[in-house]
Ligand binder design. Structure first.
Ligand code: SF4
Length: 352
């Protein structure tokens, strides 16, 4: 309800002042569980971790404990959908890389694809939202920017320049979530260095050339080189990563986490659990597959994450939808699953 009403229309101020938002704030003031946060409450009951706790912890680490102040102190902004990847779990909403296949699906009668296409605009930069955000920056201490892929966006340098010129960079911790396709070029270094602190958050959902190509469409050797290059930049406040676990890669959880822990350090590795599209949510794997994944896992860090597999019962319809969509994409991308992800191919073969 909140997303539909305020994330796709209306202004930030309308959302901030709305009865719905106020009812959420009131619930927290009174230590009550608001139903709009049900996903997080549920995750916390199973794994003691959720987006809510991760966000609260992040704010505390920044020296910005959650407050009840009237002013906006933190902003997360997805400013456009320009992206050079077409990750399998993504869509046209967030990535222009999905345009060709969305058009193809729509032409084949896929209603969801048609709906995405109908509302799609190539939004390199959302000027309307920027006009609302810029006047708020005087009180903002934490600015989280998401794309598309921010570091290929030609409009971002000018936005950073405006923030720097207005004197806000001194009090803003900037977090950029990136797919790793851009290294620390002078264009970025000269601007990002001006901020109070830069947190670079890499989205890494696979850690071998084949699995990375299959899940995220990028070149693993380029991405891992860029991570190493960013790590040489001693002025960067924090470099972290957030793998997104889904039906596509949960079977590879041990290898992914072991690599990321070595590269980023255990405390700098978070994770996302893909809930949408629903057919990528790993809770819908057949129960026997979940059991096999959990019992064959040996890496300590995987334990808590894998326990989330039991947060909902599997759903055969979603599992079948996942297989259907995967086969369609394999054909569209000329990526035979047996070549790129033989382990997942075997799971599908045995449990379809
Ligand atoms: S890098 Fe991010 S925005 Fe681009 S396709 Fe992947 S998930 Fe979507």
């Amino acid at each position: 309800m909140y997303e539909d009403q305020y994330c796709t229309e209306g202004t930030i101020d309308q959302a901030w002042q709305s009865d719905q938002f106020e009812s959420i704030r009131n619930a927290f003031r009174q230590n009550q569980r608001h139903p709009a946060c049900n996903t997080c409450w549920h995750q916390e009951s199973v794994t003691d971790r959720s987006q809510r706790t991760a966000f609260t912890q992040k704010q505390s680490l920044l020296g910005n404990p959650p407050t009840d102040e009237a002013e906006i102190r933190t902003i997360s902004w997805s400013f456009g959908n320009t992206c050079n990847f077409a990750c399998r779990t993504c869509s046209l909403d967030a990535s222009t890389g999905w345009l060709r296949e969305t058009e193809q699906l729509a032409a084949e009668g896929d209603a969801e694809a048609q709906a995405l296409l109908d509302k799609h605009t190539k939004t390199q930069w959302d000027y309307t939202e920027w006009a609302q955000i810029e006047p708020l920056l005087h009180s903002v201490v934490y600015f989280d920017i998401i794309g598309g892929e921010p570091l290929i966006n030609p409009r971002l340098p000018a936005m950073l320049d405006r923030i720097i010129e207005a004197g806000h960079a001194d009090h803003i911790t900037l977090m950029i979530t990136t797919n790793g396709s851009t290294g620390p070029t002078e264009r970025w270094v000269s601007r990002l260095q001006q901020f109070k602190k830069l947190i670079l958050n890499f989205s890494i959902d696979a850690v071998t050339p084949d699995t990375f190509r299959y899940v995220r469409t990028g070149d693993w050797s380029v991405i891992s080189d860029h991570i190493d290059q960013w790590k040489t930049q001693s002025w960067v406040g924090e470099i972290r990563c957030n793998p997104s676990f889904s039906m596509l890669n949960i079977w590879d959880c041990d290898r992914i986490l072991a690599w990321l822990d070595r590269k980023f350090g255990v405390t700098s590795v978070g994770y996302n659990w893909v809930e949408h599209p629903r057919h990528y949510n790993a809770v819908h794997l057949p129960e026997a597959v979940k059991q096999n994944i959990v019992s064959s896992s040996t890496y300590w860090h995987s334990k808590k994450i894998l326990s989330q597999l039991w947060s909902s019962p599997s759903d055969h319809t979603q599992w079948q939808e996942f297989i259907k969509r995967t086969e369609w994409l394999d054909q569209s991308r000329d990526q035979p699953i047996g070549k790129y992800m033989p382990q997942l191919a075997e799971i599908i073969y045995n449990y379809r």
